[in-house]
Design a protein around this ligand. Structure first.
Ligand code: LRH
Ligand code: MN
Ligand code: MN
Length: 388
């Protein structure tokens, strides 16, 4: 197995984008729990995200969701982020909250509704100009609940047309990122339910259209690392929305439910060159902290990704390849598990401190007094925007 000192150059490349909505109040359809000190506006969300970066050095950018994070002056929001040492990242569109979209948005049967949804994406592209964002991320709630309700075949064509119209509008250095999800809110059919459909749709658009893989968006038992390998192979893996799940789209802390799955995903990311910043693979979190504190929840999340990335980098790939080539099933599996079972926490703590970061970011945040400060200063925090 490689030494820890041999993996730090690669490890230093890891950057994880935080979702602005992780800092707002959230919950389930049953209850949204309010927490003290929760941000009242996008400026305060950025300030909280900057705390995560300050203590971990892992989270240099923040994704926005429009209209949840709509502000009058995006230039000012961008400058505010820069002052706090972070950048504005992906712009997420939202066509799932207006009455007009009850039966769909970009795949709706009515061209007027499709146009409304396209116009929303044009507005997002304008915002990207001000925020300096590279990626427009599209997740659609489009689908149907009952067999016969919708023409599922025509909807693919309408979706393709809508996406092509949006794709035409993005800049040469920008990307359209299409996210899939197998169900919810639609329960019978979903218009972009899986990686294959997302791939087919973005492939028809061009090079600057790629797929977002949200780890919570698959049926239980799905081999997600295989999808990672395939999309990287096809050069269509644009980004991850990391989170973890026990049942459906639970949006829990990444690596909490199944650290081994996260390790296996990172093994395939590294195998396919996805850790190299030039690969264009963006690592993002898409989580909600319904019952735990939000800023430490995000700190824990990025540390979990860092830990599993370190273990995946420690995998002895030469030995693994040799075992695979010789058909030695048990040896290959043992090599895979050796790296997974390596406790890297001590080595990571020492490495952090050698880079001027706290050895223990969770403890450093707790000692910083920031949680008390925001609890005092902010009253009436905003809801994350969904889950009410
Ligand atoms: C949909 C989703 C998508 C949305 C986010 C709030 O379940 O994963 O990425 O933008 O949740
Ligand atoms: Mn997502
Ligand atoms: Mn989701």
């Amino acid at each position: 197995m490689p030494q820890f000192s041999e993996i730090t150059t690669d490890l230093a490349q890891l950057a994880i984008e935080l979702p602005s909505w992780a800092f707002g109040n959230s919950g389930t359809r049953f209850r949204v729990f309010g927490q003290p000190g929760v941000p009242r506006d996008p400026f305060e969300k950025i300030a909280d995200a900057a705390q995560v970066h300050r203590h971990t050095g892992l989270a240099p950018s923040v994704a926005l969701h429009i209209p949840w994070d709509r502000v009058d002056d995006f230039d000012r929001l961008r400058a505010h982020a820069a002052d706090l040492g972070v950048a504005l990242g992906t712009i997420n569109s939202n066509t799932f909250q207006d009455d007009a979209y009850m039966l769909g948005s970009l795949a709706h049967h009515d061209p007027k509704v499709r146009q409304q949804a396209i116009d929303h994406h044009f507005a997002c592209i304008d915002i990207m100009g001000a925020t300096g964002s590279r990626d427009l991320k599209i997740w659609l709630a489009d689908g149907s609940n009952y067999p016969g309700q919708a023409d599922i075949r025509s909807r693919q064509d309408w979706l393709a047309e809508s996406l092509a119209t949006i794709y035409e509008r993005i800049g040469d250095d920008q990307r359209l990122v299409l996210e899939y999800k197998f169900f919810e809110p639609a329960f019978y059919h979903t218009d972009v339910p899986d990686w294959g459909t997302a791939f087919a749709q973005v492939q028809a658009l061009g090079d600057r259209a790629v797929v977002c893989l949200d780890t919570g968006h698959h049926a239980p038992g799905t081999n997600i690392e295989f999808i990672v390998a395939q999309l990287l192979r096809l050069r269509k893996l644009g980004s991850f929305d990391f989170n973890s799940r026990f049942y459906a789209d639970d949006d829990l802390i990444v690596g909490a439910a199944d650290p081994f799955q996260l390790y296996r995903i990172m093994v395939e990311v590294i195998r396919g060159g996805g850790l190299d910043p030039t690969s264009g693979v963006a690592f993002m979190l898409d989580q909600c902290h319904n019952i735990e504190a939000k800023i430490p929840g995000q700190i824990r999340s990025v540390l979990n990704v860092q830990e599993m990335t370190a273990r995946a980098l420690l995998l002895d790939r030469d030995a693994l390849a040799a075992a695979q080539q010789s058909g030695d099933v048990l040896a290959a599996n043992e090599i895979m598990m050796d790296a997974f079972y390596t406790d890297v926490r001590g080595a990571l703590a020492a490495w952090r401190s050698s880079r001027g970061l706290p050895e223990d970011p969770m403890a450093a945040y707790a000692a910083s007094g920031y949680a008390d400060q925001i609890a005092q200063a902010r009253q009436g925090g905003a809801q994350a925007g969904w889950g009410a």
